[in-house]
Design a protein around this ligand. Structure first.
Ligand code: RRO
Length: 308
């Protein structure tokens, strides 16, 4: 099989990535990803202007049907990750950055622009877990404003990480904004923000920050993720690639993301549940399914979802 796929100026050996935030915060974790077979590229933990410890524990909780997290953007600060992506040679990287303000974003991206890094950057406009900070990409005016500022000076490949949308009008609105800018890709979806998991035995929440409200991931969000990949593929310019993220637990789920139009697919919660061996299993399952269906390459079925 030929599972190669393209994003911006980069060819990846296969479709699978780690979801940002998953096993990608420290040098040791990033080294593990470099050594993980069938992981075609590495996405770094969203990095901010200054290092952050993140929210108080507990801040990640495993569920039978997924996960809830309220990490609060813990990271080593963007210079660490910018240095890392310039060292890493084993596989392509995507440098994820986030800001607590538009000014922070511009400062971080200015340094990336001035650096030697020629790889892909991804601007996270959708972190749900910083107390007092809304998810930027739910504000279409604010999103347009920050992208206008970015593209006044930024000439390297850059995409955006989006939150899930739940109304067709919102897909129209975000696509209308994004189609006005030379972004390389969108990564959809971030966790489903501000869910609330209730431990009935204890009569309490399961994560500490924000009164227990946190981002949902894993199997329970697969239909939401697929809807976002599909709806954005139907609305975005052809030259904007899509990374499908959300709810992948099997090779069939990877196939479904690609069928909805994803160029690449990233895996989060299931890596925490199963370990880094998940990428081998997903690849075997995807290839078996492709064989069964008579497909040789991802382009044979990408975006080909049928309607009734
Ligand atoms: O660190 C987090 O709490 C976090 C981030 Br930045 C994000 O983008 N998505 C998420 O589920 N958690």
């Amino acid at each position: 099989k030929n599972l190669t796929t393209q994003l911006a100026n980069v060819t990846f050996d296969g479709p699978l990535l780690n979801a940002s935030g998953i096993h990608c915060q420290t040098s040791a974790e990033l080294a593990d990803l470099a050594n993980t077979s069938n992981l075609a590229g590495i996405v770094t933990k969203s990095a901010t202007l200054f290092p952050r410890k993140g929210n108080e524990n507990p801040r990640y909780h495993d569920l039978p049907y997924g996960s809830i997290n309220s990490m609060g953007l813990p990271n080593l600060g963007y210079p660490f990750y910018l240095d890392y992506v310039q060292q890493e040679k084993a596989k392509p990287t995507i440098l994820s950055v986030a800001g607590l303000s538009a000014d922070d974003v511009i400062e971080v991206l200015s340094d990336i622009q001035d650096s030697k890094y020629q790889g892909i950057t991804e601007l996270n406009l959708s972190c749900p877990n910083v107390p007092g900070k809304p998810q930027t990409a739910y504000d279409f005016v604010a999103t347009r404003k920050v992208l206008e500022r970015v593209f006044e000076f930024f000439t390297k490949p850059i995409g955006v990480k989006l939150p899930p949308y739940f109304d067709l009008v919102h897909f129209d609105q975000i696509a209308a904004v994004l189609n006005d800018f030379p972004i390389t890709h969108v990564n959809t979806v971030n966790s489903v923000g501000n869910g609330l998991v209730v431990d009935v035995a204890k009569e309490q929440v399961v994560t500490k920050a924000k009164g227990g409200f946190g981002g949902l991931g894993g199997a329970m969000i697969l239909p939401t993720a697929l809807a976002n990949v599909r709806a954005l593929r139907q609305r975005l310019n052809d030259n904007i690639a899509i990374i499908g993220t959300g709810g992948v637990t099997t090779g069939a789920d990877v196939f479904a993301h690609i069928l909805c139009g994803a160029d690449m697919v990233s895996v989060g919660t299931q890596v925490i549940k199963e370990g880094l061996g998940v990428y081998d299993r997903l690849t075997q399952e995807l290839e078996a399914l492709m064989t069964e269906k008579g497909y040789e390459r991802l382009a044979d079925f990408r975006g080909q979802l049928r309607e009734l």
